[in-house]
Ligand binder design. Structure first.
Ligand code: ADP
Ligand code: MG
Length: 967
């Protein structure tokens, strides 16, 4: 045990942990958990909890409705079924219910944490996850995602890592000396595989019994675990194995069971050492079982025959169901031996291990059948009773002994294998011996397996025989009992028949009565409701009438007051009208007198006005006559004046015209002169240019001549120089030859040398002179040719200039000629227009004069007409004025008469109005008085009808009693 945490080494376990085989009888009774029964001897029921997962995304998307509701307080799962139009609810009560939104940590805290506490006390616990595929068995047990990181769990982490964490936490806190081992196996198609074994050693494992009834898996790897990370790694490894298998075998994991087992061995504190002084070791075990999908039960059950042939039957799951049924029914025979799963977990089903089943379900209505079957199954399992016991503590010495035994058996094995292989000495045979050893081991395993099978079969045979004899016996007993029961039955049948027929009669009558009664109850309740309603209405009516009456009285009073006030008002108004009428009549009489006076004044004023107008009309007539005669004379003066002016104007215009004409003629002459001068100037400049050109041409000619002469001279001088030099050369040569001849003998050698030197010198000098002369000549020639080319260029340019000047002159002359023509045309045009203008002026003068004359004549006649009309108007006006005066007098008289008549009528009307208003005052008073009387009468009769005579049902007799059914 020492340093066990550091020991990560794996070892093979040939025996299961001995704790599961040996019992420990202790009085120590755990008390903490909520599952624990106080009386363990009577047995503890298997705890069953239900967990419902949320609707998956796919289900939500497919709008699958939910058929499950979880009541976590009442611990109920309610499954709603719709069959046709009927909806039925099935209620399942469990020890604990986890609803759709339950968290892993909640499940853990409620279920696993108390179990772990007991495991640490030395109990064995098994947690089953049972349910349809996809309902969260693996999610609950193992969890999802990265389960553990930085010392914290992911919220999806399952029960296994959390359990391990808790074990570590508690033991570390208690500073206990402990070791923890884990195994992980898979059971598929009745074959056990180790999910933690190395790949190369992966083969089906054999289930064995140790002769004392305990079952163990031979060759299962036990991994020593020292941290949560390690357990997570182990889980990951096991799960990945399952996944690989899943891809190889069609959805194997749905049909396989996996069992994860944690075993803890804890050294007891020193106080609990035995009398022999040996240390004690406490063992706890936790099995976490992820069962195959529950749908496999249905499937296997439905087509067992065919499924068995196809090897599809899930024997373990079926057997588990049968075992549960047998245990729930308290059968004498429980078929544990029928499957490996039930053999492995025998102790958890009706044994000494504590058990909890987590039934996982889906809420979706699509899984209805499976869900109901799971819930039924789980509900049945609740009846199973276990008799939990703390595992027997082991003495350290026993453990060590066990270990020694193991070592011995290993040694034995090694020895056997060595013997088989002939030792490791011969390296050449190493491979064949390995193969042989392997074969031998397999054979050994096979043999052991066969033995095991034989033992199993024998057991089965024995148990079946026993069952058969007991069954025979019970059959006989049953037959007897059956006979007796049949007799009793016959008697009872007759009685029952009678009872049934009378019962039927009674039931019929009862149902009739019941229906009558129900009708009556209904009527009575309606009646009560009506009465209550009526009473309420009457009360409301009464209150309304009272309110109405008081309101009416108040309003009548107000009306009465209003009417009397208006009557007095009217009376006053009438009186005021009478006064006003009188006042109006006197003031009107005064006004009419005034009117008469005014009319008289107006008459006089009118007459004087007419006279005055008459006088001024006379004056106007005289004045207009004078003005007209003056106008006529002024008009004649004016017209003569205009005529003079027009004639003066005409003569002035003629003079201007003449002047203009002469001016224009002068202009034409001057223009001609200018054009002529221009032509002359042009001709002159042209001539000068021509003379310059000809002199220049002659200059260039002479220049050419001189140049050619110069060239000739130069050539001559060159030939002369050449000739002279040549003559000099020949002379000198002759002279030298003669002198040579003379001095030849004396100076033979020297002379020859000197003459050659001199020759050379002279030749050089001559050559030099010749060269310079020719170069001079060349230079001169060059200069002359340059001068010649320059002269030719200049001449060409001059010629071009002369040509352009000539063409310009021609163009200018043409332009001047054209301008002159245009000017002459314009001048002519002006002269013509001038003649036209003077003609027009004359015509207009004549027409103006005619017009003025005609005007004068018409104005004169107009004035005459006007004068005649004036006279006529004057006459008419005088007669109108006289008749107007007469008519005004008549109208004034009529007006006076009319006014008098109106005054008289007014007086009569006033008298009538006064009489009427007096009568009105009297009648208003009468109306007001009678109104007061009527109001008083209305009040009295309203009181009589609404207060005194208005009846409400207020009889003192109580309302009919309401019976219990009145609702
Ligand atoms: P099973 O092992 O029963 O076949 P799984 O454990 O593989 O089912 O779960 C199926 C799916 O449902 C997984 O994707 C898982 O995440 C999801 N699931 C199951 N139970 C729950 C739960 N209680 N809350 C959230 N998701 C869940
Ligand atoms: Mg699963």
């Amino acid at each position: 045990m020492e340093n066990s945490r550091a020991n990560t080494q794996r070892r093979r376990s040939w025996t299961p942990s001995s704790m599961s085989r040996t019992l420990w009888s202790s009085n120590e009774s755990p008390t903490k958990d909520f599952f624990r029964s106080n009386d363990e001897q009577k047995g503890v029921n298997v705890q069953v909890v239900a967990r419902c997962r949320p609707l998956s995304e796919e289900e939500s998307r497919g709008k699958a409705s939910s058929m499950i509701s979880c009541d976590e307080i009442k611990q109920q799962v309610i499954a709603t079924q719709n069959t046709g139009n009927k909806q039925t609810d099935k209620v399942f009560v469990f020890d604990k219910v986890f609803g759709l939104n339950s968290k892993q940590v909640e499940v853990y805290d409620d279920i696993i944490a108390p179990a772990i506490a007991e495991v640490l006390e030395g109990y064995s616990w098994t947690i089953f996850a049972y349910g349809q595929t996809g309902t969260g068995k693996t999610y609950t047990m193992e969890g999802e995602g990265r389960k553990y990181k930085n010392g914290e769990f992911h919220e999806n982490a399952g029960m296994i890592p959390r359990a391990v964490q808790q074990i570590f936490d508690v033991l570390e806190r208690e500073r206990a000396d402990y070791s923890m081992k884990a195994t992980f196996l898979e059971l598929y198609n009745e074959e056990i595989t180790d999910l933690l074994a190395p790949d190369e050693g992966k083969r089906p494992l054999v289930l064995m019994e140790d002769g004392k009834g305990a079952v163990f898996v031979r060759g299962l790897e036990e991994e020593v675990v020292c941290s949560v990370d390690e357990i997570c790694a182990i889980l990951e490894k096991g799960s990945s194995r399952k996944r690989t298998a899943e891809t190889l075998v069609n959805k194997q994991s749905n049909r396989s069971h996996s069992i994860f087992t944690i075993t803890v061995q804890i050294k007891e504190p020193d106080t609990s050492t035995t009398d022999h002084g040996s240390e004690m070791i406490r063992c706890g075990r936790l099995n976490l079982v992820d069962l195959a999908g529950s749908e496999n039960v249905l499937r296997s059950g439905a087509r067992e025959g065919r499924a068995r042939e196809a090897g599809e039957i899930n024997k373990s799951l079926l057997t588990l169901g049968r075992v549960i049924n047998a245990l729930a029914d308290n059968s004498t025979h429980v078929p544990y031996r029928d499957s490996k799963l039930t053999r492995l977990l025998r102790d958890s089903l009706g044994g000494k291990t504590k058990t909890c089943i987590i039934a996982t379900i889906s809420p979706s209505v699509l899984c209805q059948e499976e869900t109901l079957s799971t819930l039924d199954y789980a509900f049945r399992a609740k009846c199973i009773k276990n008799r939990p016991e703390v595992n027997q503590k082991l003495m350290k010495s026993t453990v060590i002994k066990d270990l020694y035994t193991q070592i011995d058996s290993l040694k034995q094995e090694l020895r056997v294998s060595r013997q088989v292989n002939g030792g490791y000495g011969d390296q050449g045979d190493r491979h064949s011996s390995d193969a042989l050893r392997k074969q031998l081991m397999e054979l050994q395993e096979l043999y052991l397996y066969q033995q095991q099978l034989t033992v199993d079969l024998k057991d089965k045979l024995l148990s079946t025989e026993g069952e058969l004899t007991t069954a025979r016996q019970s059959l006989l007993n049953l037959k007897n009992q059956c006979q007796q029961a049949e007799d009793v039955c016959r008697d009872k049948e007759a009685v029952i028949f009678n009872l049934i027929s009378s019962g039927k009669e009674l039931t019929k009558k009862t149902s009739e009565l019941q229906s009558d009664l129900e009708g009556a109850v209904l009527d009575a309740s309606t009646l009560f409701a009506k009465i209550e309603h009526k009473t309420d209405l009457e009360e409301t009516n009464r209150q309304n009438v009272e309110k109405f009456y008081s309101h009416l009285v108040q309003q009548l009073q107000e009306l009465d007051e209003g009417v009397s006030a208006s009557a007095t008002n009217q009376e006053q108004n009438w009186k005021a009208i009478q006064d006003d009428t009188r006042l109006f009549l006197t003031s009107k009489a005064k006004a009419i007198d005034e009117l008469f006076k005014q009319i008289e004044n107006l008459k006089e004023l009118n007459a004087s006005g007419v006279n005055k107008i008459d006088g001024s009309a006379e004056e106007l007539y005289q004045n207009s006559q004078v003005a007209l005669s003056r106008l006529s004379s002024a008009l004649s003066d004016h017209s003569s004046c205009i005529m003079d002016l027009v004639s003066k104007n005409a003569s002035a215009a003629a003079a201007i015209n003449n002047g203009l004409k002469s001016n224009m003629n002068n202009l034409g002459l001057k223009l001609d002169e200018f054009v002529r001068q221009q032509e002359e100037n042009h001709a002159r400049s042209h001539h000068t240019s021509k003379s310059i050109s000809s002199s220049l041409a002659s200059f260039f000619k002479t220049l050419k001549i001189y140049t050619s002469k110069l060239t000739l001279i130069e050539e001559d001088s060159q030939t002369i120089a050449k000739q002279k030099l040549h003559a000099f050369t020949t002379k000198f040569e002759e002279y030298s030859a003669a002198e040579e001849k003379l001095l030849l003998e004396q100076m033979s050698e020297l002379l020859a040398n000197s003459s050659s030197r001199k020759k050379k010198m002279i030749q050089a000098a001559v050559d030099d002179v010749l060269e310079s002369a020719s170069s001079n000549g060349l230079k001169l020639n060059q200069e002359i040719s340059e001068m010649q080319s320059l002269t030719v260029d200049t001449e060409e340019k001059w010629n071009v200039f002369i040509q352009t000047t000539e063409s310009n002159y021609v163009e200018d002359s043409v332009a001047v000629e054209a301008g002159k023509c245009a000017l002459e045309d314009g001048l002519q045009c002006c002269v013509r227009e001038l003649a036209e203008v003077s003609k027009q002026q004359r015509l207009s003068e004549e027409s103006l004069l005619d017009e003025i004359k005609a005007n004068f004549v018409s104005q004169d006649s107009l004035i005459k007409n006007e004068t005649a009309a004036n006279e006529k108007f004057h006459g008419r006006y005088s007669s109108i004025a006289a008749s107007f005066l007469e008519e005004t007098g008549d109208a004034t008289r009529n007006l006076t008469l009319c006014a008098e008549k109106v005054l008289r009528l007014d007086r009569e009307a006033s008298e009538k109005a006064e009489l009427l208003s007096a009568r009105c005052i009297v009648s208003t008073k009468q109306t007001s008085d009678s109104h007061s009387g009527q109001v008083a009468e209305i009040s009295i009769s309203a009181r009589k009808w609404l207060v005194d005579d208005y009846l409400v049902d207020s009889s003192p007799s109580p309302s009919p009693r309401k019976y219990g059914f009145a609702k």
